[in-house]
Design a protein around this ligand. Structure first.
Ligand code: HEC
Length: 123
């Protein structure tokens, strides 16, 4: 009896460590982060048409596929906006800050991902 309890405790401890380890180690890929954190406003494909984007908002989420709009921003601008929110480029605070949610590496990867969506660089 005591032995099976011991085994049960050991197994559940091992499972907990496994799950915790996966969470700490798991920096998600840029497409995954985009779908998880950005798509509700910017849309799954980046067109700015996510379910939280409505015509009633004073500003619409940026269309990340627009080379015209995204070409106005440097990589640094995009990185600041992701970390500090819309206010970083004097834009709407409806664009939330993710500096405490994403690591610097994840932000850098998102900048590259957005550059792929717009197929553009800063003008
Ligand atoms: C709650 C809705 C919302 C979410 C979630 C959101 N955004 Fe935005 N985002 C906006 C809005 C609204 C704007 C347009 C701000 C403006 O034009 O004033 C915007 C603008 C931007 C811009 C352009 C800023 C500029 O100066 O033109 C970038 C880049 C951006 N978002 C990236 C992201 C990324 C990357 C994520 C996910 C990590 C994300 N956003 C999540 C609403 C959102």
């Amino acid at each position: 009896m005591a032995r099976s309890l011991f085994i049960t405790v050991m197994i559940s401890t091992a499972l907990t460590l496994l799950v915790a380890g996966a969470c700490v180690a798991g920096a998600a890929s840029a497409p995954d982060n985009y779908r998880f954190y950005c798509a509700q406003c910017h849309g799954l494909e980046g067109y700015g048409d996510g379910p939280n984007a409505t015509k009633n908002q004073p500003v619409e989420p940026r269309d990340h596929t627009s080379a015209y709009e995204m070409g106005k921003l440097t990589d640094e601008d995009i990185s600041y906006v992701i970390k500090d929110g819309g206010i970083a480029t004097s834009k709407s605070t409806l664009m939330p800050p993710f500096g405490k949610t994403l690591t610097d590496a994840e932000v850098t990867e998102l900048v590259s991902y957005i550059r792929k969506l717009c197929n553009c660089s800063a003008r």
